[in-house]
Design a protein around this ligand. Structure first.
Ligand SMILES: [Zn+2]
Length: 467
């Protein structure tokens, strides 16, 4: 019995039968305020990690451990399939949550879960505790329905504790434990779908490079009448750099920036265009009056599949009331770049360095400070493991599954890089879930379909997931 309506019904029945107990367990975990950004909550974050470890052990994982980092701990669990040739899959998620306070606009206590109209409200309900826990219900359904004593794949879970604080120790953690994390495929469960009515699977995330450029001209602010127009002005040069960032078609004008960019295929463009995208509604969420971006691409293509450059901040010189006729001594520019598959973080950083050096005149000293960098990741539509995710979702949702990408950036690419495995996304959250916002919730119907998807996925991957 595998890919049949009987199996689908049996999985659904198992998930339904265990729904109440599952929600009680999830609620218990949600009551732990594991806010990684708040030092006063450090013990709660550790408590949340211990809760998860114990829950995974109780689910049947023979290995369930806390992995310490210099910051918050991660949780690792492993359940070998028993078949030496089985595919190995690593599930990624996080057990920490964003800060939340009644005063931010919560209608109920963010750490006292409330179920109302088919939704569960609590900080972390969708991001990410609900989406982590759906896997334990899923795996129990997988075992119950197939009669197996161990999953069809070698299953590993890595649930980190610092995602909401920028995952500062995650790359190092993954490198240090690369042998135990070794896998054929990574499943990230920390993303969402298009909407309640349009289930989708995400196929990639953009990367990120961001930096600050400090410009210095005269050793101090000087008189603009005595010296202005005859010496370089760092504020003018900051503005010239910002203005030179894009050409007339709004393409990024930094030489070499687009080197290696994986272009959208016609098929991907068609699939994006089929999504029920309401541009006016999207503009409202953007609090903007018009769209603007690289010529020749739709809005979805611009935010999902094209690299971009953004001025995040620009400043320098006199900012006080009235006028002050000076040539300022310093100015500053903050830039960020979203990268797509094929772009290399180091190459982009060095292209920016060369571009800045080439544009600045003599007499302006500059310093570029790069903040963190995140690599892009992308799984091709025809990848067999991606097809397994799509089939598993189709069986759970009873609907055609469409494809999206994620314009933002996340630690998924660290796993892709360190483990050399493709990254797939299994997320059931929807935009209305209110990630990082007051009254975060998860749709219980979607959460249960997520558990069904997870239940179908392991057998399908075991059979079809190898490249
Ligand atoms: Zn998250």
């Amino acid at each position: 019995m595998s890919n049949t309506p009987d199996t689908d019904n049996a999985v659904r029945a198992f998930v339904d039968d265990h729904r109440a107990a599952f929600l009680a367990e999830l609620s218990e975990w949600l009551r732990i305020p594991s806010v990684s950004a708040d030092p006063a909550r450090a013990e709660d974050v550790r408590r949340g990690a211990r809760w998860l470890r114990d829950h995974l052990a109780a689910t049947g994982f023979p290995v369930a451990e806390i992995w310490d980092t210099p910051g918050a701990p991660a949780v690792f669990a492993e359940w070998p399939s028993g078949d030496p040739d089985a595919l190995t899959v690593l599930v990624y998620g996080h057990h920490d949550v964003q800060p939340a306070d009644r005063a931010d606009g919560w209608r109920t206590d963010p750490f006292e879960p409330v179920i109302e109209d088919g939704r569960l409200y609590a900080r972390g309900a969708a991001d990410d505790k609900g989406q982590v826990l759906l896997h334990t219900l899923g795996i129990r359904a997988h075992l119950a329905v197939t009669g197996r004593v161990a999953p069809a794949v070698n299953l590993k879970l890595l649930i980190e504790g610092e995602e909401e604080s920028g995952s500062p120790h995650f790359p190092e953690l993954v490198r240090a434990h690369a042998d135990r994390l070794a896998c054929d495929t990574v499943i990230v469960s920390d993303t969402g779908m298009w909407s309640e009515d349009t289930p989708t699977v995400c196929t990639g995330m953009r990367g990120l490079v961001d930096c600050q450029i400090d410009l210095r001209g005269p050793g101090q602010d000087i008189h603009s009448g005595s010296f202005g127009g005859a010496v370089p002005n760092p504020a003018t040069e900051a503005a010239r750099l910002a203005a030179a960032l894009h050409d007339a078609d709004r393409k990024v004008a930094i030489p070499g920036f687009y080197d290696g960019v994986v272009e959208l295929t016609d098929r991907e463009r068609e699939l994006f265009a089929e999504l029920p995208f309401d541009e006016a509604g999207w503009l409202r969420t953007a609090h903007s009056r018009a769209t603007l971006g690289e010529a020749g691409y739709s809005t979805l293509e611009r935010i999902w599949a094209r690299p971009t450059a953004e001025v995040n901040g620009i400043g320098g010189g006199y900012q006080g009331p009235g006028g002050k006729t000076i040539v300022p001594s310093a100015a500053q520019l903050k830039l960020s770049f979203r990268l797509v598959a094929g772009q290399d973080v180091e190459k982009v950083q060095s292209a920016v360095r060369d571009w800045v050096a080439a544009l600045l005149p003599a007499g302006i000293r500059h310093e570029i400070t790069y903040w963190g960098a995140t690599r892009p990741c992308l799984t091709p539509l025809d990848h067999p493991a991606l097809q397994s995710v799509v089939r598993a979702m189709e069986r759970a949702f009873g609907q055609k599954i469409r494809f999206t990408r994620e314009g933002g950036s996340g630690p998924a690419a660290d796993l892709q890089d360190a483990l050399g495995a493709p990254v797939l996304f299994l997320g059931i959250s929807v935009p209305s879930d209110g990630w990082h916002a007051p009254n975060e919730k998860v749709e219980l119907g979607l959460l249960m379909k997520g558990a069904e998807t997870a239940a179908h996925l392991w057998a399908d991957l075991a059979e079809n997931g190898r490249e």
